[in-house]
Design a protein. Structure first.
Ligand SMILES: Cc1cc2nc3c(=O)[nH]c(=O)nc-3n(C[C@H](O)[C@H](O)[C@H](O)COP(=O)(O)OP(=O)(O)OC[C@H]3O[C@@H](n4cnc5c(N)ncnc54)[C@H](O)[C@@H]3O)c2cc1C
Length: 175
C-alpha cells in the first residue's frame, strides 16, 4: 500500500503537463495522496423496522463503473416517493417495497462494477488463461453490436421505477 502511494510522488499533474497549451492553467499543490481500496458490499434487506439504509451505507461498488452516487441518488428518490405516498395516502405499500425495489438496481450495478473491474484490468496474480478470457471478452465487445449495447445499457443503468399512480410528486423524467 505504501509503495503504491509513493509511486504517486513523481506524478505530474495534468495542469503542469499542459502548461504550454493555452489558456494557461494554474497548478495547485496536491495535499493528500492515498491508494483507494476497492471493494464490493451489499447490506440486505436495506430496511430494519423504522431504519432505512440508502447509498454507501447500504452498498459499496468499486468506482470502475461510476455507479455509487447514481445508486445513492436512486435510493433517495425511491425513498422520498415512498414516504410521500405514506403521508398522502396512509399506505405503507411503497415503503414495504423499498428494499426490494432498490436492490434490483443495486445488484445490477454491483455486477457491472465487478465486470468493469475484472475485465479491463489484469490481476497481477492471474494466469495466462485468465488473460486470454479477458482479451476474448474485450474483443467481443469491440466487434459485436449487441455486446456493446449490453455494456452501454449497463452504463446508463436500470431505470428508477415510475412514480406511484395518483401521486403528484416524483421525478418527471425516466432515468
Ligand atoms: C474515488 C471515487 C470516485 C468515485 N466516482 C464516482 C463516479 O464517477 N460516479 C458515481 O456515481 N459515484 C462515484 N463514486 C462514489 C460516490 O462518491 C459515493 O457512492 C456517494 O458519494 C455515496 O453517497 P452517500 O450520500 O451514500 O455517502 P457520502 O457521500 O459518503 O455521504 C455521507 C455523509 O455522511 C457524513 N457522515 C459520516 N458519518 C457521520 C456521522 N456520524 N454524523 C454525521 N454525518 C456523518 C459524511 O461526512 C458524508 O458527508 C466515487 C467514489 C470514490 C471514492
Amino acid at each position: 500500500m505504501t509503495e503504491g502511494v509513493k509511486s504517486f510522488e513523481n506524478h505530474t499533474p495534468t495542469a503542469t503537463r499542459h502548461a504550454n497549451s493555452s489558456p494557461k492553467k494554474t497548478c495547485g499543490p496536491i495535499t493528500v495522496k492515498s491508494v483507494l481500496p476497492t471493494r464490493s458490499h451489499v447490506t440486505e434487506p436495506m430496511r430494519h423496522g423504522r431504519i432505512l439504509l440508502a447509498g454507501d451505507a447500504a452498498h459499496i461498488v468499486p468506482p470502475t463503473g461510476a455507479k455509487g452516487l447514481n445508486l445513492a441518488t436512486g435510493d433517495v428518490i425511491i425513498l422520498a416517493r415512498a414516504l410521500t405516498h405514506l403521508k398522502q395516502t396512509g399506505s405503507t405499500q411503497l415503503l414495504d417495497a423499498y428494499s426490494e425495489t432498490c436492490l434490483e438496481r443495486v445488484w445490477r450495478a454491483e455486477h457491472f462494477s465487478y465486470f468493469m473491474t475484472t475485465t479491463p484490468h489484469p490481476d497481477p496474480d492471474q494466469s495466462a488463461f485468465d488473460t486470454r478470457l479477458q482479451l476474448s471478452q474485450l474483443a467481443r465487445i469491440a466487434s459485436s453490436r449487441s455486446a456493446a449495447a449490453e455494456l452501454a445499457q449497463n452504463y446508463v443503468g436500470v431505470p428508477i421505477p415510475g412514480r406511484p399512480p395518483g401521486s403528484r410528486t416524483g421525478c418527471r423524467r425516466r432515468w
